[in-house]
Design a protein around this ligand. Structure first.
Ligand code: GTP
Ligand code: MG
Length: 302
């Protein structure tokens, strides 16, 4: 099978319209309660992990972009993304929600954005109150880890506060900031097969949705194209990498002892190894999305 066949073989993901509608309604309901939104993206795929409807959903509410899992992304690329967002006038920060890196910076961005907003409200005659923030992001991007981190760092107690329709749990994360303890889940958009593939590589969609064989094969082909030295190092190839992706898959299977009875390669096992080791960062820090080119500058420079 060619790479294109494999790509064409990937299913078009259709979320159940009912589920999506409900999730969006919940996000919209909670949005009414907050002053600031933290848009959590995966630092390896800031484009693919963004929900294109976000702007429309949050309107002109202040937004902070947080690139999570920075420990897994290419540092230079993350820096370029941060510059890109800041050029777009969006406060942006890179995070590792497992170790807690970037939390203080995020909190200060939240405080800054919230202050602007609450001062505006007070000037309109609304009584002063603590600023409220919520986290939004696609499944598995690290929303719960981030909330736990922020809560832990602030040694917060949770407290009930009346919301619009029912009581919501708020966590104090700064002197003047409360965080909603339930994040908003946004569905990723899969219309572009390349976007779907990146979400599958990074584990944003689970392997039952996408065919693991195709995903692992396309991941190996991409790694071989962009980072052959990482494969060489990880699997201790002293010689050149084999010619085709199939042969490379077999060779990795032999190196890892993934053998079936009769000496055949256990391809399913190799596929699993490739995907799980990539997601754990065992091939090094790798980013899959680049910021959009600055077309204006290119025209001027060219
Ligand atoms: N390496 C790394 N892993 C992270 C980071 N943040 C979260 N994770 C891991 O990513 C996985 C998903 O994290 P969660 O916090 O459950 O993500 P979520 O967005 O709440 O997921 P859903 O509730 O399923 O939508 C877990 O295995 C986390 O340990 C990070 O900064 N770096
Ligand atoms: Mg969660």
């Amino acid at each position: 099978m060619t790479e294109n066949d494999r790509k064409n073989d990937l299913p078009i993901i259709q979320w159940y319209p009912g589920h999506m509608k409900k999730a969006r309604e919940l996000v919209e309901e909670n949005l009414k309660l907050v002053d600031v939104v933290v848009e959590l993206l995966d630092a390896r795929i800031p484009a693919a992990s963004a929900n294109p409807m976000l702007r429309e959903i949050i309107g002109d509410k202040p937004r902070i972009v947080a690139l999570n899992k920075k420990d897994l992304a290419d540092e230079k690329m993350t820096k370029r993304w941060l510059e890109y967002f800041r050029d777009e006038k969006l406060p942006a920060v890179a995070l590792d929600s497992v170790t807690g890196k970037g939390m203080r910076e995020l909190l200060s961005l939240i405080e800054k954005a919230a202050k602007y907003r609450t001062e505006k409200l007070v000037s309109k005659g609304v009584a002063a109150r603590k600023a409220r923030v919520m986290v939004l992001g696609i499944p598995n991007v690290g929303k719960s880890s981030l909330i736990n981190r922020l809560a832990g760092a602030a040694k917060a107690k949770t407290a009930d506060k009346p919301g619009v329709t029912r009581a919501k749990q708020w966590i104090r994360i700064g002197a003047d900031v409360d965080l909603l303890d339930t994040p908003g889940i946004l569905w990723p958009k899969f219309e572009d097969p390349e976007v779907g593939l990146r979400l599958a590589f990074t584990g944003a969609v689970n392997d039952e949705i996408y065919d693991m064989e195709n995903v692992a094969h396309l991941l190996l082909a991409a790694l071989r194209r962009d980072h052959p030295e990482r494969l060489q190092e990880r699997f201790k190839f002293k010689e050149e990498l084999p010619e085709t992706t199939e042969a490379l898959m077999d060779a990795i299977g032999r190196k890892r002892g993934c053998l079936l009875k009769g000496g055949r390669i256990d391809l399913e096992k190799v596929q699993h190894i490739l995907l799980s080791e990539f997601r754990m960062g065992k091939f090094g820090k790798i980013s899959l999305d680049e910021p959009p080119a600055d077309i204006l500058n290119e025209v001027v420079d060219g």
